[in-house]
Design a protein around this ligand. Structure first.
Ligand code: S3P
Length: 438
């Protein structure tokens, strides 16, 4: 599809079907990075082939890790954490997870590298990762807390460190853990607000000496990771768009199979159930120690709720679509503790508040909070400035299934950073999303 096209969504018919969603972005990126630390070959099944993941894959190739695409899997030829200097800049595109995790890992890997990203990534804070890494005695430079990041191999002696993380960020935690894989001794991280633990689960699954108790992670290095096949579950954050769309549609029932149900990712289910959502989970099992299950969703009459800051880390990526659910629910919803939402691919608090209010939703925004006055009738019809944010784009397209007038987003290109096939999947279920010439 040419660049001059974008997407338009319109009033939806009932949504029905049994589907799967694209694989988990967080786990896909980790699977590539962590299998490069194994000594030997890892087969990764169901790797998400989205821009964010493929950017990390290409970065690893530039660091001279051999990765081959086979018919059923990707094969990573791990070199036990040994990388060679890249000949070019390492470009992570839009991916905060890719760049932050790789900054951690490379900071102790004795390579020289320059890490860059697109305009959105270049405006996101990197000091939150680099400051804790400085405790390990690494050689990194960066400009005004942001990109490009330069890593120098100065043969410094890296020292084990202890960290107390005030913000709930899995990217920061994972950057420290990956850096610590090369640092002899014991590294400790205390998380005030626990965040998604995919890195801990995968490192442990592959044999790292890692323990977690009372929000404190202890990693003892050196570690020798042994390759094991990895299977990536469906991405709960992508399933979230379908869940909310089905809840808000009439006479609808959808089963989403093989979705990752990591405790730190599914705060949205708790909130939606409080809002009267009919959702059930069946067929729970494990993929490489990650919990996976099938999610069945039925049309529901949602009502407003209060979402406290304590749960925010467990639904951080789902706020945009949750705001859409709240917009069409009966009554008022209040959301607190949204500071971290302001440093995502866009300032999601601001971008979503603007998009929703311009399309008729009554709301009040605070510094780190928002109050949404829900109503079954929302006007719609105003073009959405997505600020190149994939989750804003997808959330507002779903808004257009239920608003009186259609929704047109200003750009669709970034949707494939996390959810390739978004339009087609919704069409299979019965929704209406059309290409629109800009
Ligand atoms: C991610 C962690 C979260 C999340 C992002 C993916 C990860 O970011 O918003 O989409 O894979 O570790 P923070 O760690 O910055 O909260």
């Amino acid at each position: 599809m040419k660049k001059s096209f974008t997407l338009k969504s319109s009033k939806s018919k009932p949504l029905n079907g049994i589907i799967t969603v694209p694989s988990d972005k967080s786990i896909s990126i980790r699977s590539l990075i962590i299998s490069s630390l194994c000594l030997g070959n890892t087969k990764i099944y169901n790797l998400l082939e989205s821009d964010d993941v493929l950017n990390t894959l290409n970065v690893l190739k530039k660091l001279h890790i051999k990765i081959e695409k086979k018919k059923e899997f990707y094969e990573v030829f791990g070199q036990g954490g040994y990388f060679s200097d890249p000949h070019e800049n390492l470009d992570f595109g839009n991916s905060g997870t890719g760049i932050r995790l790789m900054t951690g890992l490379l900071s102790t890997s004795e390579v020289n590298a320059t890490l860059i990203g697109d305009q959105s990534l270049s405006s996101r804070p990197m000091d939150r990762v680099i400051k804790p890494l400085e405790k390990i005695n690494v050689s990194i430079s960066y400009t005004n807390g942001s990109l490009p990041i330069r890593i120098f191999n100065q043969n410094k002696i890296h020292v084990p460190s202890s960290h107390k993380l005030e913000i709930g960020s899995a990217q920061v935690k994972s950057a420290i853990l990956l850096a610590a894989m090369n640092v002899k001794g014991i590294t400790k991280i205390f998380e005030k607000i626990p965040s998604r633990d995919h890195t801990e689960i995968m490192l442990k699954y592959l044999g790292a000496s890692l323990n977690v108790s009372n929000n404190c992670i202890t990693l003892k290095s050196p570690n020798f990771l042994k390759p094991k096949n990895l299977t990536i579950p469906g991405d709960f954050s992508s399933a979230a768009f379908i869940i909310v769309a089905v809840l808000l549609s009439h006479n609808s029932k959808v089963k989403i199979k093989n979705v990752g149900l990591n405790f730190y990712r599914i705060g949205l289910l708790e909130v939606l159930k409080k809002m009267n959502a009919k959702i059930s989970i069946t067929n729970k099992r494990n993929f490489n120690d990650e919990i996976v299950g099938d999610i069945e969703v039925n049309s529901s009459n949602l009502h407003g709720t209060t979402v406290k800051k304590e749960i925010s880390a467990r639904l951080i990526d789902e706020y945009p679509i949750l705001f859409v659910a709240a917009s069409f629910a009966n009554g008022t919803s209040s959301f607190f503790g949204l500071g971290e939402l302001k440093v995502k691919e866009s300032n999601r608090l601001k971008t979503m508040a603007k998009a929703l209010s311009e399309n008729g939703v009554k709301l009040k925004v605070g510094e780190t909070s928002i109050k949404i006055f829900g109503d079954k009738y929302q006007e719609g019809g105003k073009p959405v400035a997505t600020e190149s944010d994939h989750r804003v784009a997808m959330s507002m397209l779903i808004f257009g299934f239920f608003s009186e007038k259609s929704i047109i987003i200003d750009d669709m290109g970034m949707i494939k950073t996390s959810f390739p096939g978004f339009k087609d999947l919704f069409e299979v279920l019965g929704a209406r999303i059309d290409y629109f010439r800009k």
